[in-house]
Design a protein around this ligand. Structure first.
Ligand code: F6P
Length: 319
């Protein structure tokens, strides 16, 4: 390996800059040049490459977002787009690629590997924590911390007014952010995509709610009802409640990475380069049981479902 191309793709997540730093630092140690590909697959197709140095990335470890910019690329989904991207990599003498992104990014790489023989290593970067082959994805911990910090504030005002708050958190079709932030703030109810019965329990609880305290419901954006319908059902069952809806939205994507995400970024960035040096290709680096792991792209799947242990906790703490 002489020249690595690295890019970030899909939704940004805190810790991506740390992963870039980890990648470039270890590459430099081995005399490997690194080019940053701007705006994910878009920049790869358009040939937007910039030289990267660890000295400059060292200054970005504490910053959220991604200094390489990111995008969700429609063009790369078509084989013509992937052919152009392959040409660009060849024109720039790239002989290995490190990709930081979510499940869409890895699906793209799997399709790309059919026409492009350059080795790829992926780093799971998404706040949703919805990828198998790693205990945590890069940015999840920061997003949960942001959610908790904000719901704590909502709790203060909810308690002062004896109000019910429905707080919607991100996570796409996975309930991990909802369950971690909901349990972390001591929410009265947590609704995730897989919680059927929990909603009935919530209705029971809210029926008896006497407006003598705050009441926090954390709803995952992937929950089939969504914040709006949950609110109207609550109103139906107890018309006296004073209720507000807050959607936390993209605040969860930004902000300084937590210490865990900075560390995870540096570990995974370093591991990606080491995997390439060992001749590995088309696999994702991750951390399982706090040990570095490598999972072939074919086995990296989107994991919507929160694990059984957490679902069990929901049943106990949602009561
Ligand atoms: O995948 C990360 C994520 O933030 C999801 O939690 C959310 O559903 C989605 O991206 C939002 O996408 P966009 O930034 O394109 O609105």
């Amino acid at each position: 390996t002489k020249h690595i191309g690295v890019f970030t793709s899909g939704g940004d997540s805190p810790g991506m800059n740390a992963a870039l730093y980890g990648t470039v630092k270890v590459a430099e140690q081995h005399g490997i040049r690194v080019s940053g590909i701007l705006k994910g697959y878009e920049g790869m197709i358009d040939g937007h490459f910039i030289p990267l140095e660890s000295q400059q990335l060292q200054k970005t470890v504490h910053r959220g977002g991604t200094v390489l910019k990111t995008a969700r690329s429609e063009r790369f989904m078509a084989v013509e787009g992937r052919q152009l991207a392959f040409k660009s990599l060849q024109n720039n003498d790239i002989d290995a690629v490190v990709a930081i992104g979510g499940d869409g990014t890895f699906k793209g790489l799997l399709a790309f590997s059919e026409i492009c023989e350059i080795p790829f290593i992926g780093i799971p970067g998404t706040i949703d924590n919805d990828i198998s082959g790693t205990d945590y994805t890069l940015g999840f911990d920061s997003a949960v911390n942001t959610a908790i910090e904000n719901i704590d504030k909502i709790k203060d005002t909810a308690e002062s007014h004896n109000r019910v708050f429905i707080v919607e958190v991100m996570g796409r079709d996975s309930g991990y952010i909802a369950i971690h932030s909901g349990l972390g703030v001591g929410a009265d109810a947590i609704l995730i995509p897989e919680s059927g019965e929990d909603f009935l329990q919530l209705l029971k609880k809210v029926k008896d709610y006497k407006s003598e305290d705050g009441f926090i419901v954390v709803v995952s954006e992937g929950d089939e009802l969504g914040a709006g319908l949950v609110a109207s059902k609550i109103k139906e069952i107890n018309s006296k409640v004073d209720l507000r809806i807050t959607k936390l939205g993209h605040v969860q994507r930004g902000g300084s990475p937590s210490s865990l995400d900075r560390m995870l970024g540096i570990r995974l960035g370093s591991a990606a380069v080491r995997a390439l040096l060992l001749g590995r290709r088309n696999a994702m680096v991750g951390v399982l049981d706090n040990q570095l792991s490598l999972t072939p792209f074919e086995q990296v799947v989107k994991q919507h479902q929160v694990n059984d242990e957490l679902q069990e906790l929901l049943k106990i703490f949602g009561k």
